[in-house]
Write a protein that binds this ligand. Structure first.
Ligand code: ZN
Length: 82
């Protein structure tokens, strides 16, 4: 069974069978080397209230947004399978 991870910058999907929240690799599409986050976590970002989003929210890498939202408690991993 494999999971899909998406590039924090361009959202290029990559299949891996790790079952973790994120993996570090070099993106084949944009060359970004860093965290690729589990695809199931990406929709959680939609749950972050507008009022909590910083001005550059949409421009920031997915991993930064996720870590910040988790830290603040805006989202939780309870409903995900990772
Ligand atoms: Zn990329």
């Amino acid at each position: 069974m494999s999971d899909t991870y998406v590039c924090s910058v361009c959202r290029e999907p990559t299949e891996r069978s790790y079952g973790v929240r994120y993996i570090v690799l070099t993106c084949p599409a944009c060359g970004w080397h860093g965290r690729h986050v589990h695809a199931s976590l990406v929709p959680l970002l939609e749950q972050v209230p507008e009022s909590e989003r910083s001005d550059d929210w949409e421009d920031r890498p997915l991993d930064e947004r996720l870590l910040e939202a988790l830290q603040r408690g805006d989202i939780t991993l309870r409903d995900t399978n990772v």
